[in-house]
Ligand binder design. Sequence first.
Ligand SMILES: [Zn+2]
Length: 399
Amino acid sequence: MGVLTATIKFKVSPEEPLLNLIEKYIQALRLSLNWIINHKETRLSKAHRALYRELREKYSFPARIAVDCYREAISIAKSWFKNPNRGRKPIIKAKRMWLTYRQSYTINLEKMVVKITSLGEIKLIGYPSNIEEYSDWSIREARLIVRNNGVFLHVSVKKNTNEPTPSLNAIAVDINEREIVYGFPSKIARDKTRVEDCIKIKKHINHLQEKYSFSKYKAWLRPKLLKRIKALYKRIRNITEDYAKKQAKKIIDYAIKNDKDTIILEDLNKLNNNSKRLKKPWRERLTYMTYRKLQFWIEWQAKKKGIAIIKINPKGTSTTCPYCGQKMKQIAHRKYMCSHCGFKEDRDVIAVFNLICKMEVALTHPTAPPMKHVNPNKGGELVRNNRRMRVNRGFHLPW
Ligand SMILES: [Zn+2]
C-alpha cells in the first residue's frame, strides 16, 4: 500500500475577522516560540502547561487554535535546534496560521466554504481547476497564508493507493544534460531539459561571488549582492522544480497514450554512491538534481494514475550493446557502435534499450541498419551477457 499526498491551494475571501485572527495568531506564535527557545523545551506537555492558558486568555483563542499555535511554535523551534548552522533566533515574518482538520477547521466543497473555529463560514473564492480529482482523498491539516495578492488556504490531502505490479509493457527514462530520452525501442521521444538555463544562471552566480569576495569591493553593495545571489539560487531551484513537474506529467501521459503500465527509472542510489564525497562539476550536479526531481514527480504522477515504477541499476546501460552484451565503441559524439553485431545508436537510446532489456525483455532489431554479416530477423538467437535470452516466455512483446 502506498500513500500519496498533495496540497490543494484555495483563495479565501479576505474578511476582516479572519485577518484579525491571523494577526493575533502571529503575535501568539512569536510569544510561544520565544518561550520555547528560551526554555529549550520542545515537549508538548510542558509547552501546554506554560502557554495554553496564556494564549487562551491574552488572545481569547478557542481551545484548538491555542493548541495549534504552540504546536506550530514547537515545530519551528525543533527544526531550528536541529540545524547545525543555525544563526540567530528564527523570526516569524510570514503571516500564516496552522489549522487542524475537524478541530480548528472543516471544509465544504459543495458550498465552497471553509469553516474556522470561532469565525464561522468563509467563502473560498478561488480553487484549482482539477479539484474533482481530489474528491476521494482524505483531508488533513491546512495552512492559512496572507500574501500581497490575497489570503490562501493550503489544504494537505492524502490518499492510499494500491501498488501496481510492474510488467514488461514498459517505457524507460534516461537523462543527459541536454535531453530527457524516454520510450520503448520502436518509439523514442526526446525533450529538452533546462539544465543549460540553470548553468547560465550558475555562471552568473559565480561572477557575482567573485565580485563579492573581492575585498576592495564597496561595502555598502555587499548585502545587495548577497540578496541577488540567493535569489538566483532560488531561481535555479524553481526552474528545475517547474520543469520536473511538467515533464513528469508529459512522460506519464506518453505512457498512457502508448498503453504502457510500467515506467523504468535508473536507480540513482546505485549510480551515485560516491557523488557526495566527490565534488562533481556543476553541469553534472545540475543534471543529477534534475533527474532526482523528475523521478520524484514521475513516481508521484505514476501512483496517482496507477502506473508501476521499477528502478534498475544503470551500470553500463549506455555503453553495452543491448543485443549481444558486448562493450560498444564510441564512433562520434554520444554515438556508439557494437563491433560484434553492428548495432549503432545514440547513447541515450542505448540506455533506454538496456533498461528495458534489463527487465528481461527480448529484443528484435527494430532500428539497426541491415548488416552484411548479420541477419537481423534471426529471432530467438539473441544472446546477452553470454547467455541465451529467453525469447517469448509467454510475454506479449509490444514491438
Ligand atoms: Zn552487439
